[in-house]
Each structure stands twice: as structure tokens, then as C-alpha cells.
Design a protein around this ligand. Structure first.
Ligand code: 13P
Length: 252
């Protein structure tokens, strides 16, 4: 039985003041005890602040990105997975579409980041998804399959024992357009089937999150699908009450 997970990607949002306010809101939420894993992903700058403020709460902290190598070194401007672990992070997002598309991160770079995250003892959340153009061209499963295959080929199926996968159709991110539960389930089932070909036990254990305009209003239906094990939430995670309602939806 996979335990649901709800993750809030804050992207490049927040000031020290607004982060403190959001955390206070999160700390006051009545969350379902022990049935949903909850994590928030502040900008790297605010990771330590959030870790400190959430001490004693059952909410983990993750980072949105890390350097392609673990440890320390001469990499100006980068933050390594080792440093994030030291700061109290448990997860790192790898391959969010905004990094693939805007920062030009290739599958090759993302393979190394995924490996660096695990090398530091953290759990990568691999984000994959197709653009609207690719969906319209009927290439959704091919594109998502290639993004997933890149990790399988490079690091082996064993790498998914300690990993989460997030399917985020690019056209649904920040647009208010959500994949229907059926559309999302179709892709999630294909992702699991692809992992299943390598190792069924690993495939059954991997949590597959859906991301893309998830709100309290659509979360119950999405999370009700058999291969959707929770969500990666952007905009709605910046509102504690809305995020709390999404977490409760995952717990039901
Ligand atoms: P939205 O929920 O704002 O569409 O963002 C989804 C996302 O990109 C989470 O990583």
C-alpha cells in the first residue's frame, strides 16, 4: 500500500515575512495524522528558515533544485544536495519543466542531479511531462516514457526504490487547466507499467504524484484514481487553508 504524498512547490515565491506567515498557517492546520506525507519546497534561500520554523511539525522540507554533483566544490552559485541534507532537507525536485524548458536542463544533466540527490541520502522527486504541442501530436506517452527511461537506463530500476515521480503536463502548470482524472490516470498507469517491465515490486512501491493546477476543488477526483498517489502543488500551496484541504483530500 502506497502512502499518499502532497508536496507544495513554492517556486520563486516568498519573502522572510510571507514565508513566516505561510508556515504559521501550515502549523495551525488540522492535518490527517500519519496517513499522508506532506512536504514543502521553498526557494533554497529560505530552506533553513522553513526547517527551523517547522521543527516538531510533521511536514518535511525539500529543495526545488540542486547542483549536478554532491559534496562541496568550486561551483559558483550552486547549492549541493549534501548542503541541502545538512540544512535539513529530505527531498529534492529533479527536472521540473520550468528547469527543463527555461534553464535548458537536459536528461543527461538531470540524471546526474538525480544521482547526486540520492548520494546525499535524500529522495529525488523526478518531474516529467509533455507540452501541449506534444500532447496534440499524440506524443504524450512517448515523451514521458523517454524522460523516465533516461533515469532507468543510466541508473537502473533500483534507483526508484528511493524516489518519487511527478507527472506534470506542462500545459496544466499554472494555467488553471487540469488534466482530467482519466487523462492523468492514463499517463500514471503507463509510467507504472514502464517501471513494472523492469521490476514489479519496485513499480508497485513508487509513488506517482500528479501536478498541474491541482486545487481543493479537483483534488478528490484526481487522488481517487488508482495510480495517482498524491500531488505536487504549485500556486495552491501558497495558501495554507487551500493546501490543507488538498492534504485532507489525499488522506480520504
Ligand atoms: P500549479 O499547481 O501552479 O499549476 O503548478 C504545478 C507545479 O508546477 C508544481 O511543481
Amino acid at each position: 500500500m502506497r502512502r499518499p504524498m502532497v508536496a507544495g512547490n513554492w517556486k520563486m515565491h516568498g519573502t522572510r515575512a510571507s514565508v513566516a506567515e505561510l508556515i504559521e498557517g501550515l502549523a495551525n492546520l488540522a492535518l490527517p495524522g500519519g496517513v499522508v506525507d506532506v512536504a514543502v519546497f521553498p526557494p533554497s534561500l529560505h530552506v533553513s528558515l522553513v526547517v527551523d520554523c517547522l521543527e516538531g511539525q510533521s511536514i518535511s522540507v525539500g529543495a526545488q533544485n540542486c547542483a549536478h554533483q554532491a559534496g562541496q566544490g568550486a561551483l559558483t552559485g550552486e547549492v549541493s544536495s549534501t548542503q541541502l541534507a545538512d540544512a535539513g532537507c529530505k527531498f529534492v525536485l529533479v527536472g521540473h519543466s520550468e528547469r527543463r524548458q527555461i534553464m535548458g536542463e537536459s536528461n543527461e544533466v538531470l540524471n546526474r542531479k538525480f544521482e547526486a540527490v540520492q548520494a546525499a541520502g535524500l529522495t529525488p522527486i523526478l518531474c516529467i511531462g509533455e507540452t501541449l504541442e506534444e500532447r496534440k501530436a499524440g506524443k504524450t506517452l512517448e515523451v514521458v516514457g523517454q524522460q523516465l527511461d533516461s533515469i532507468i537506463e543510466e541508473l537502473g530500476i533500483g534507483a526508484f526504490v528511493n524516489a518519487v515521480v511527478a507527472y506534470e503536463p506542462v500545459w496544466a502548470i499554472g494555467t488553471g487547466l487540469t488534466a482530467s482524472p482519466e487523462q492523468a490516470q492514463e499517463v500514471h498507469a503507463a509510467i507504472r507499467a514502464q517501471l513494472m517491465k523492469e521490476n514489479s515490486e519496485v513499480a508497485q512501491g513508487v509513488r506517482l504524484l500528479y501536478g498541474g493546477s491541482v486545487k481543493a476543488a479537483n483534488a478528490v477526483e484526481l487522488f481517487g484514481m488508482p495510480d495517482i498517489d498524491g500531488g505536487l502543488i504549485g500556486g495552491a500551496s501558497l495558501n495554507a487553508d487551500e493546501f490543507g484541504a488538498i492534504i485532507r483530500a489525499a488522506g480520504n
